[in-house]
Ligand binder design. Sequence first.
Ligand code: ZN
Length: 288
Amino acid sequence: MSQAPQADTPEVVRYETRGSVAIVRMNRPRYRNAQNSKMTYALDAAFTRAVDDDTVKVIVLAGNGDHFSAGHDIGTPERDIDQSFERKAVIWWDHVGATGVDARFARESEVYLGMCRRWREIPKPMIAMVHGACIAGGLMLAWVCDFILASDDAFFADPVVKMGIPGVEYFAHPWVTNPRAAKEMLYTGDRMTAERARELGMVNHVYPRAELEAKVLAMADRIAGMPRLGLALAKKAVNQAEDLQGLRTGMDSVFGLHHAAHAHNAEIQGDSLGGVDIRSITDTESPS
Ligand code: ZN
């Protein structure tokens, strides 16, 4: 068991092991774990470490503090969209120094859509342990995991239609819920309770907040007893079934619409996010 973050794992993400379970914890609690690129690459490093460690059988993704994730960092002092990182997800040129769609498409292909797809392919079971807010970009992180186990105070929302954008970059809404629920989620931007998300099939189980971590670790321990290759192949089998249901190609088609919306905002308002700040995007309606 090791609790201390390692030198090669930046502090924005904490890595620990409990027996055969690795817990990867987002660690920007002051900003409700808003995801900047530094965190994105720290998550990637932590996941890679867990995959490379033969003693790790199951990976849990969690958030430190009061919330799982408030989404992409669109306004903290450590917002780092103007920085280069070692690209891992796609072979494309760097977004830094590019302009307009050239810059946005390069960056979002790498750090959002590409990274999420990369993490969905991680060959070990992944459990999202969600409490508090799971908003917009936070959904993407939960959705790439195999299970979502949530506390009863968790809530889910994708309010980016307020920006004139048809959903986050990893557009899984119709597949992880259903088409009508996806439309309601997008059209209203409202918060969805954990219980409602469970009814729709997006969340596996809901537990009282105080019991969440123990329940997640108990589930992880049960899974850890299964053969590694069997789990990896079962994961691939279900992921392939989702892709046959159009997940991958659907997501590609919507990524184009997403970038049309960014470009429209930039053309009309001079801001690809449509002038929406972090407060108005996270101040969604009460759970429903
Ligand atoms: Zn975007």
